[in-house]
Write a protein that binds this ligand. Structure first.
Ligand SMILES: *[C@@H]1O[C@H](CO)[C@@H](O)[C@H](O)[C@H]1NC(C)=O
Ligand SMILES: *[C@@H]1O[C@H](CO)[C@@H](O)[C@H](O)[C@H]1NC(C)=O
Length: 311
């Protein structure tokens, strides 16, 4: 508190010792990592010792609420363009300055379109290199038709030169040299990102500790398979993915499964002994009959079942 500090300065000036700066580097970095990014960055003015300390922060949450409120809608205007540019520059500059060996959380949340794709590509590579544990990408949306198609698939060495959209339907052509791996990734969230089915499937099979996957409003995913005990996934949530047709969960470690959408899907659940929590929200007159039939192999083991009729 500024007030207290001033008062203390008058009375006990001699006792005012900066003990915080003497804490070990790791502890200071841990403390800074708990602060919102902009506040952490503002500690750089404290002293020469603090100037670069914040660049080791482990939580990079680029959640720019101020800018978002000011440019709420409509999209496409000049103010929006400027805000986008500022946002991309902000993320780029932090990513370039970052000095710490690892990043636990990396979160971007902004109205980004494919003009920023080379930057986004860079961010994902950066997160991968720093052993990110939680990756959260939200491109926001103004409505279904305005959500953008974008995911930097070349990060994984998928076929170069393929346009974003058709890529979703292509067979991946992996180049292992380009892929350093998401070895520490535990929690992956995509919101309003049109991610390709192959990329999702790739994450599932190649992230050895991935426990949580949520996908919200991704337009081109139509099938998902969580099959085999080698897949670590425990929590799966799929929301508003309009093209979704089928989800297969078999011989897996899943504990919790949520699906909510405006289409009925083919749901196949077999031999998922740890599954205890299921939530399904769909539109259909026959909803309950169909869902009970689909869940018949796991009904007896469930602890919670949430069925919601989506009108
Ligand atoms: C971005 O997307 C638009 C609309 O889908 C497309 O016309 C344009 O060519 C794309 N630009 C780039 C750089 O990919
Ligand atoms: C049940 O599912 C609906 C639709 O997804 C959701 O809105 C609601 O919060 C869920 N209820 C509980 C108790 O989890």
């Amino acid at each position: 508190g500024r007030y207290n500090l001033r008062k203390r300065r008058k009375t006990t000036h001699d006792n005012l010792v900066d003990r915080i700066s003497y804490l070990p580097h790791e502890i200071l970095v841990t403390i800074l990592s708990l602060l919102p990014l902009k506040e952490a960055a503002s500690t750089s003015i404290l002293s020469r010792q603090w100037q670069y300390l914040w660049t080791s922060t482990m939580n990079l949450n680029f959640d720019d609420e101020d800018t978002l409120c000011r440019t709420a809608k409509p999209p496409g205007g000049e103010a929006q363009e400027l805000a986008n540019l500022r946002y991309v520059n902000w993320v780029n500059s932090v990513v370039e300055q970052h000095r710490g060996p690892k990043v636990e959380q990396f979160r971007v949340s902004f109205h980004l379109d494919n003009r920023s794709s080379s930057s986004i590509d860079k961010w994902i590579r950066f997160a991968m290199k720093k052993g990110v544990q939680m990756l959260d990408i939200d491109f926001l949306e103004y409505g279904f038709h305005q959500s953008y198609t974008l995911f930097p698939h070349q990060v994984f060495g998928f076929k170069q030169g393929s346009a974003w959209r058709p890529f979703c339907f292509e067979v991946p052509n992996l180049d292992p040299c380009m892929y350093t791996g998401f070895k520490s990734l535990k929690d992956l969230r995509f919101k309003n990102v049109d991610i390709a089915e192959e990329v999702l499937q790739y994450f599932l099979s190649n992230c050895p500790v991935l426990e949580r996957l949520s996908v919200y409003n991704s337009r081109y995913v139509s099938r998902l398979r969580v099959v085999g005990t080698s897949i670590a996934l425990k929590y799966l949530g799929i929301w508003e993915c309009f093209m979704m047709e089928s989800i297969e969960i078999r011989d897996a470690n899943l504990v919790s499964f949520t699906y909510a959408g405006h289409t009925m899907i083919n749901l196949l659940i077999r031999n998922v002994p740890r599954l205890v929590d299921v939530s399904i929200c769909e539109p259909n007159n026959l909803f309950f009959e169909v869902v009970f039939a689909q869940l018949s192999y796991c009904l007896s083991q469930l602890e919670t079942l949430n069925l919601t009729y989506n009108v």
